[in-house]
Each structure stands twice: as C-alpha cells, then as structure tokens.
Design a binder for this molecule. Structure first.
Ligand SMILES: *Cc1c(COP(=O)(O)O)cnc(C)c1O
Length: 421
C-alpha cells in the first residue's frame, strides 16, 4: 500500500497534487511519501513483535538524510555498506550503536571510521577481513562485536545481479567452513563473536529461499553453541520483494515473513536483526517525468520523456518493470495505444519499456513511475552531463525539496583542466 492516489482526476502524493510539485521544482524529480515510509517500517516491527529485534534499514536503497532521519526517529537502525554511508547515517543523527556495518570489501580506513565513531556490530565476510578488523581494533584498543556472514548456498530465485546467497557469489564465508572460521574468530584479539549474519539476495518474491537459509542458520546456531560460542544475535538480512506491477501476484507480506522468522529461529533465544531496504523505500517513491515529444517511428511510436536511464537505471540494468501512469487520470474507457517509453540519452539502452499500452499523451504531460523509491535516486548518475534530479519529501499537505537539482555549472566546474595542457 502507498499514499499515491488520484483525487479529482489528479495523482497526489499524500495530500499534495503532483503538478504543484512539478511547477515548483521542475521535472524530472523523485517524490517520497513520509506516511508510506512510516507504514512500511511499522509493518516489519509488527511482524517481529514478540521477539527482541532491531529493524536496520538498508540505506543503500535510498540514503537521503531526510529519509534516514524519519526512519531513525521511529527507532530504526541502519545497515551501511561503506564509509560514506556510515558518515551519512551519522550526519542524519543515527547513533553508532544502531549502525550495522555490512559489505564484502571494507577497508582499513572504513574500519577505523566505524570503530572510532561507534558501531553496533561489523558483519565480517571473509578470513582476511577478520584478521584486518582484529588488527585495527587492537591498535585502537577496542573490542568490536562481530557477526560472520555465511553463504548458505541457497538459490534466491531472483535476478542474477541481485542474488547473493549462492556459493558462486562473492558474499560471506562458505557455510560448510563456518565452524572452523568461527573458531578462528574466537581466538582473534580485538573481535568478539556475537552472532551469525546471512543475506541471500534482493527482490525475493517467495518465502521458500528465506526458509531454507534461516533453517541452515538455526542449525548452525546449535552447532556453534556446542562449540562454545555465545551466539546471541542473528542478522537475517533484507531482500523481501515488492509488487512492481499492480497486475501481478503480490509477493509475501512482512507479516508472513515475520511468522517465518519466528518459526525458524524464534525459539533460539536470540535477538533478531533484519535489513529491509526495498520494501521500506521502494513503493514510497515515484519518479515524475514530462513528455518532451510523441514521436512516430517505423511501425512503433515513442514517448520521449525528460527522464532517462541515468535518473532511473533499473530497467536498463535489471530489465526491471515499473508501472508508468499519467499524472492526469485518464477518462474511464480512454483508448490505449502501445508506446516505447524512452529518455533522451544517446543510447538504445535508454528505454524504460517497450510497447506499453498508454492512454493518449501529448508533449508537456506528466507521467509517474511507480515503485521508484528504492535503487532509484541512489543509483543515478550524471551521464550525458545531466544533473542529478531533485528529491522531494511529502508529509500530509506539505512538501520539501530534500536534495535540490544542481546547477549545470556545479558539474562543469568540478573538472580540472591541468595548466600544462
Ligand atoms: C542490499 C542489501 C540489503 C537490502 O536488500 P533489499 O532487497 O533492499 O531489502 C540488506 N542487507 C545487505 C547486506 C544488502 O547488501
């Protein structure tokens, strides 16, 4: 559920008509709904009610500080995957003891940053990382709580680029070697083993792979406890999928996911962490674009928008589907015609969708890409020297620009032409 609905024939973000924001900030732009972000976070809290838990928002899905602050104020922790994200979470006011540091290639500098500023735990992904983290902690006269991420060799049945739990993926340690590596961690100075971490992929639309992974983690918890480890926390990762097409069958609900967690690890007496990103931010955001031209091609017509692949890369990168709807509600029974919907960037990959049935649209009309709140703005680039598009947050009947559109000069002036040239 989201808070983007037609009222009096105009698509709104909560109580704000989208054309009003467009008139204020220009197109294209991203717009997020505070009520939807809040609701999605709370769905997870309700789903985990009854077991000790922390919902650590995977901020890589949408890391605007306004979004982080909103979620942190509700009690969320943050899952960060870089020093930059760590500092950004801190800048948004998230305390270190609610920040979990994930990622397969943490550098010494990033470890020093996290240990210096405070961290809830570091999720270790390899033996060399374990060794370096221990050295860094010892040199700073600290002991850092860690989990070790295991790779359960489970097929998440999602797009190959966002599957992370198969043995061929770069993530985690092979679960078959977990007892050996946990043993090594227990005797590594500077680190304190407190739990197990797993994350098998993103946009999962079936609970079965989660169940397979969590059962393996539960089994491992017993084995590690037999070996004398004090396993008190399980980080179960993120990855629950969202409905991108309204017409498709909806993925499992957070409540069912929570029930699965309780069923698989609920009796272990552990604290549970989850790291949802997409389910919190995805359907809390739209990308709004304007039609520049309606172009008649050979055997097909094109809607050329002012937004492009650099603004929303998901269709080009993951063959992702986004619902695209006119901001002005079409008349009931309006005739539809198929269009290729494209941006102005100079490559054919800049295609959002092909042969999508759309109601009649003309130059200047606004369209909304639904489900664009996650892996949208954060993955945008300045390709073709196109400025990053603004982000807007709506709450009730007010809205604010939470990242402005930079001036073209800001981009151009960043380049340095050497004087010897
Ligand atoms: C990307 C990622 C997540 C979030 O995945 P979503 O599909 O957005 O929920 C959580 N944990 C880790 C370690 C990740 O890399």
């Amino acid at each position: 559920m989201d808070h983007f609905l037609y009222r009096n024939g105009i698509l709104h973000a909560e109580d704000v008509p989208l054309p009003q924001i467009a008139a204020d900030v220009g197109t294209p732009f991203y717009v997020y709904s505070a009520a939807t972000l809040t609701r999605h976070y709370q769905l997870f809290k309700e789903a985990l009610d009854g077991i000790p838990n922390l919902v650590c928002y995977a901020m890589k899905s949408n890391s605007n500080q306004a979004v982080l602050k909103l979620l942190a104020d509700l009690g969320a922790g943050m899952d960060v995957v870089s020093g930059g994200e760590y500092l950004r979470a801190k800048a948004a006011g998230v305390p270190g003891d609610r920040i979990v540091f994930s990622g397969v290639g943490k550098t010494r500098a990033e470890m020093e940053l996290a240990l210096g500023g405070g961290v809830r735990q570091v999720n270790v992904e390899s033996e060399p990382e374990l060794e370096l983290l221990g050295q860094v902690a010892v040199s700073m006269e600290k002991t850092v709580p860690i989990t070790i991420r295991v790779n359960p060799d489970v097929d998440a049945k999602t797009h190959a680029k966002i599957a992370t739990g198969k043995s061929e993926n770069k993530f985690g340690i092979p679960i078959a070697r977990a007892r050996e590596i946990f043993g090594r961690a227990a005797s590594t100075p500077g680190v304190q083993v407190i739990g197990i971490d797993v994350h098998i992929g993103s946009q999962l639309t079936d609970l079965a792979p989660f169940e397979a992974a969590y059962l393996k983690v539960a089994e491992l918890t017993h084995r590690l406890r037999e070996d004398g480890h004090d396993i008190k926390r399980l980080d179960l990762g993120g990855g629950l999928g969202i409905p991108y097409a309204r017409s498709n069958e909806a993925p499992p609900l957070p409540m069912d996911y929570g029930a699965l967690i309780k069923r698989t690890v609920g009796d272990l007496g552990v604290e549970v962490e989850i790291e949802p990103g997409r389910l919190i931010s995805g359907n809390a955001g739209l990308m709004i674009a304007a039609v520049i031209y309606v172009k008649q091609g050979e055997g097909r017509d094109f809607l050329i928008l002012d937004a492009a692949m650099n603004d929303l890369i998901r269709p080009a990168m993951y063959d992702a589907y986004h619902d695209i709807v006119p901001v002005a509600e079409p008349e009931p029974g309006a005739e539809q015609a198929p269009y290729d919907i494209v941006g102005p960037v100079c490559e054919s990959g800049d295609t959002f969708t092909k042969q999508r049935d759309m109601p009649p649209l003309t130059a200047g009309d606004l369209v909304a890409f639904r489900s664009a709140g996650a892996y949208g703005a954060v993955m945008s680039s300045e390709y073709n020297t196109r400025p990053l598009i603004p982000e807007v947050l709506v709450k009730g009947d007010h809205f604010a620009v939470i990242r402005p559109r930079p001036a073209i000069d800001e981009i151009i002036n960043r380049d340095i032409v050497p004087e010897w040239l």
